[in-house]
Design a protein around this ligand. Structure first.
Ligand code: AHR
Length: 511
């Protein structure tokens, strides 16, 4: 049996839970928009073409903010193509994904969707093929009340009221050679600074995100952040991070320890941003926007998924790119990535799981058919709905194991929040062991524990294995009520099944 001790102390808090940690991402890619959130004629779609079943699942997830319209897509996108009468919108080649973009869905449709989904919009501007002029024109179109050519065009296009978008990404993954119009750090830093300056001349209350590295293994990682922030520090609020983990080589131990790598990634970017602050005598702090994160599907030799390079999309409209069924293991890893983000909520203020529907999705849909919850839906929804109040800084001692990719990793992983308003502690616990249950003791310093309010666990389902997944026909994997969390002598005692992620809510009185 794995042993761990997770100590909670009321005096050790990191600050409020940032609601924007529970963000997601909708890109014009694969079937995320078309036949994902938008499918005119579908039995579940309203007159606006928005799928009500997907809207309902989005609200159930508790998603707070959604990044749009890309991703790599945005770096070749002309936002003007997506506004105005739909029948007059141009059909364009999307070079990022080698697909055909009809532009039937654009900014107004997304704003309508976001209102119905009850999410904030995080809008990205194109700094690949375009620049300062297009960024400020889009801002004027979206946010200016009226009386100018662009704001009046928005009104004529059916939106009398401005969209009021506060959060903007200055491009996407501009360090990547795959990006249309990719740049050196100096080229991008200068352009991002000038775009930010021009946007702030229209509205200084905007919150702006500069692109960090596309991932931790980029050869320019670190130097890129340093240079970009040297140009933009005074003008932006956040630097971005992106990562996708996968069980790509059968080394499941390393895959399960992905959260260890995410911790290090976050801490490295914090250190780099704070270095620039110190060196250049800035007083404000740059926070982190982890605006793409997820796991991608396991490599299964018996059911190989075509690699991106192998897929010939041949300029098709919304081909099924990057779709698959997430399994139990992937859901547990997603739970640990959520733990990592929450543990760093003093600096990671925005995080966007990528992507919402179909492509690496929390939700999957069939064209003309049902929508259902992937396994990774459950930890996301549970944390978004349960984490509240203050983040607790935990002390964790756990049995550990050695991984090829990341060195030593704790077998038990944890994060927690304390909400004085509800009198509840929420604990999010994972057991990375594939074959042993874990006994976790949770002393609650500064609290008297009154009762376990709820305890739910995601683990291998009865009759299944760690590869069990949800499909259109059956959903065997989810969070289920379980009796593995009890109060013993004022402490919480939790028994986690092998390979599991759990959420436990405890009613407490401060002592
Ligand atoms: O989310 C899929 C793609 O992954 C995004 O378009 C890009 O930004 C990232 O590389």
């Amino acid at each position: 049996m794995v042993q761990a001790r997770v100590t909670v102390d009321r005096d050790f808090t990191l600050g409020p839970v940032p609601r924007r940690l529970f963000g997601s991402f909708v890109e014009h890619m694969g079937r995320c928009v078309y036949t994902g959130i938008y499918e005119p004629g579908h039995p579940e779609a309203g007159a606006d073409g928005l799928r009500r079943d997907v809207l309902e699942l989005t609200r159930e997830l508790g998603v707070s903010v959604v990044r749009y319209p890309g991703g790599n897509f945005v770096s070749g996108y002309d936002w003007e193509d997506g506004v105005g009468p739909v029948e007059q919108r141009p059909r364009r080649l999307d070079g990022a994904w080698h697909t055909l973009e009809t532009n039937a869905f654009g900014l107004h449709e997304f704003v309508d969707w976001a209102r119905q989904a009850d999410v904030e919009i995080m809008e990205a501007v194109n700094l690949g093929t375009r620049g300062v002029a297009a960024a400020r024109a889009l801002l004027e179109y979206a946010n200016h009340p009226g009386g100018t050519e662009l704001s009046d065009l928005r009104r004529r296009n059916g939106a009398e009221e401005p969209f009021g978008i506060k959060l903007w990404c200055l491009g996407n993954e501009m360090d990547g050679p795959w990006q249309i119009g990719f740049k050196t750090a100096d080229e991008y830093g200068r352009l991002a600074a000038e775009a930010a300056r021009a946007m702030r001349m229209i509205d200084d209350s905007l919150e702006l995100v500069a692109c960090g590295s596309s991932n931790l293994s980029m050869p320019t990682f670190g130097a890129w952040e340093q240079t970009v922030l040297t140009h933009t520090y005074a003008l932006v609020d956040y630097i971005s991070l992106h990562v996708y983990y996968a069980d790509s080589d059968g080394d499941v131990g390393s895959f399960l320890a992905s959260g260890v790598d995410m911790d290090r990634f976050i801490e490295a970017v914090v250190a780099t941003a704070d270095f620039v602050r110190a060196r250049d005598r800035h007083t404000k702090t740059i926070n982190l926007s982890f605006d793409e994160w997820n796991v991608s599907y396991r490599h299964d030799p018996e059911h190989p998924v075509a690699t991106e390079a192998e897929i010939t999309r041949n300029w098709a409209e919304h081909p099924p790119i990057g779709e698959g069924d997430y399994d139990v293991t992937e859901a547990v890893v997603v739970g640990t990535l959520l733990n990592s983000l929450l543990r760093h909520g003093d600096r990671v203020k925005i995080a966007n799981q990528a992507q919402l529907v179909n492509l690496l999705g929390l939700v999957r849909t069939q064209e003309g058919g049902p929508a259902w919850r992937q396994t990774i839906f459950y930890p996301f929804a549970a944390m978004a709905q349960t984490a509240s109040g203050e983040i607790l800084r935990l002390s964790v001692t756990s049995d550990h194991y050695t991984t090829a990719r990341y060195g030593e990793a704790d077998l038990v992983d944890a994060s927690a929040t304390w909400d004085a308003a509800t009198g509840r502690i929420a604990l999010f616990l994972a057991n990375r062991s594939l074959d042993e249950a874990a006994e976790v003791t949770v002393p609650l310093h500064g609290f008297t524990a009154d009762q376990v309010v709820s305890a739910r666990v995601l683990a291998t389902p009865e009759g299944g294995d760690r590869f069990s997944a949800n499909t259109a026909d059956a959903s065997p994997v989810g969070l289920v009520d379980w009796d593995g969390a009890v109060l013993e002598d004022g402490a919480l005692a939790v028994t986690l099944p092998a390979l599991s992620w759990a959420v436990v809510e405890v009613a407490v009185t401060p002592s």
